[in-house]
Design a protein around this ligand. Structure first.
Ligand code: PLP
Length: 459
């Protein structure tokens, strides 16, 4: 007689290799089903391949375009030779979807600083910061970031996604509460998920709802209100004055993610807190080096000294991920030098995105050239006062097809659909850069009108 278990094992015995194969076949079936579902929903995201440097005029694999020009705002004359050099990298494809708000991603001085740091400090550190991954340039950049934001200290991360992943878990305990705008960036949402604090979600920009949630949260030790400064998918700006007023009334701290504000919002580009006059009331700022500040990568937290010290002890993406490569540090550091040395670049951005609404007597009313022309043509543009101008279309397939047809007309834009934006709220997100000329913007609007009519998005 065989023992019971042995009988069962003999009955279900399959050679180990075949079992692994059938598990793989099962996985393939599941994955194909998932992928088919995404294709069927019209929310498939593909990558277009750029074959030039990042900029307002780019080359795109498989798409032809004529030559274009690049002029860096505020660049002194000796650098004109660099501009001429750049001409060979440009083409007639107009890029309207980069976070390269100030055009610094391919700025000759930024590139030169990256090369110099690479030469002097090597390709990388092969280490996290606290083991043997801290060089003088990392410390200098942290000090520069703190100075730029007028905060006590700063800590670098490999990305702002990491800064958001590291902050909440390190700072908040089950005794505390975090109150988060429902449309905050995915990385804030994920960061909050990782912490054990009580979680409150208030309706987007709804101050009455935030106040109600703050009242509920009075029982907790600390209350932290968390918001994007500028919302990346909608192009709207958090009412920071009102948020800070409520925070002060209910004894809460304010955290702002400034990824879509650092470098260009506010009179000297410090961000949303400067724009709205509350720099002294926002406690913690997280932001990125991967957008306006040269566009390479990296993120940071800046705020009170003891908080930054605690993050160096506890924040997991800081403790367990490689330090920023020297070239990346060199580029970001130069971008900050350019912004801190002169206001010309920031002002060129403000001039490009804002116009004087003389009819209503408002100066810098915040409506963009692009916005007003598109709205006059019949499109709905979300947000206000920000170079992110989402053209709201609703249907994912429509957004994707329109973006494809825009590219045929030499305009590089991308359709955004679920899960990047909510279902049924697909859009094409247009981003204006300081490097776009008025003619570039006009060309983009003309193409939108043509393609919109073609697809029935406009009458
Ligand atoms: N926060 C916001 C609001 C963002 O838009 C992004 C990037 O898209 C991030 C955080 C993440 O930044 P990074 O690219 O540095 O990880």
């Amino acid at each position: 007689m065989w023992p019971g278990n042995a009988w069962r094992a003999a009955l279900f015995w399959v050679p180990r290799g075949r079992r692994a194969q059938s598990a793989l076949a099962q996985l393939r079936g599941i994955l194909e089903g998932e992928l088919e579902g995404i294709r069927g929903a019209g929310t498939w995201k593909s990558e277009r391949v750029i074959t030039s440097r990042q900029g307002p005029h780019i080359r795109v694999d498989g798409v032809s375009g004529g030559p274009g020009t690049v002029i860096f705002p505020g660049l002194p004359l000796p650098h004109l030779s660099c501009c001429i050099h750049l001409l060979s990298f440009t083409s007639g494809i107009l890029n309207f979807c980069a976070n390269n708000y100030l055009g610094l991603s391919s700025h000759p001085e930024v590139i030169q600083a990256g090369l110099q740091a690479l030469e002097q400090f090597g390709a990388g550190l092969s280490s996290v910061r606290f083991i043997c991954g801290t060089q003088s340039i990392h410390k200098n950049l942290e000090a520069k970031i703190a100075r730029f934001h007028q905060r006590e200290d700063a800590i670098l991360y490999p990305s702002c996604f990491d800064a958001n992943a590291g902050l909440f878990e390190a700072l908040l305990t089950p005794e505390d509460a975090v109150l988060s705008d429902e449309l905050n960036h995915a990385s804030i949402i994920d960061g909050i998920r990782l912490c054990k604090a009580h979680k409150y979600r208030y309706r987007h920009l709804d101050m009455a709802d935030l106040e109600a949630k703050l009242q509920e949260a009075q029982k907790h030790r600390l209350r932290l209100v968390a918001t994007d400064g500028a919302f990346s998918m909608d192009g709207d700006i958090a009412p920071l004055q009102e948020i800070c007023r409520l925070a002060s009334r209910y004894g809460a701290l304010v955290f702002v993610d400034e990824c879509h504000a650092t470098g260009f919002l506010g009179p000297t580009g410090r961000g949303t807190d400067e724009l709205l006059g509350v720099m002294d009331q926002v406690t913690i700022i997280n932001s990125t080096l991967g957008k306006a500040l040269g566009g390479a990568s990296g993120g940071y937290t800046t705020g009170p000294g003891p908080l930054v010290s605690l993050l160096r002890q506890r924040a997991r993406p800081y403790l367990f991920s490689n330090s920023l490569p020297p070239a990346v540090v060199g580029c970001a550091s130069k971008a900050l030098d350019l912004l801190m040395g002169s206001n010309t670049i920031v002002q060129s951005m403000a001039a490009k995105t804002q116009r004087c609404d003389s009819q209503q007597g408002r100066l810098g009313g915040g409506e963009t050239w692009f916005r007003s022309k598109m709205e006059a043509a019949g499109f709905t543009i979300s947000g206000a006062s920000h170079p992110i101008c989402p053209v709201m279309l609703g249907d994912a397939r429509l957004a994707s097809r329109m973006a494809d047809d825009m590219l045929k007309r030499g305009i590089f834009v991308i359709g955004f659909s679920y899960p990047v934006v909510p279902k049924g709220k697909a859009r094409i997100r247009v981003q204006i850069s300081a490097m776009h000329s008025k003619e570039d913007i006009d060309r983009c609007v003309e193409a939108f009108v043509e393609v919109g009519r073609l697809h029935g998005a406009l009458p």
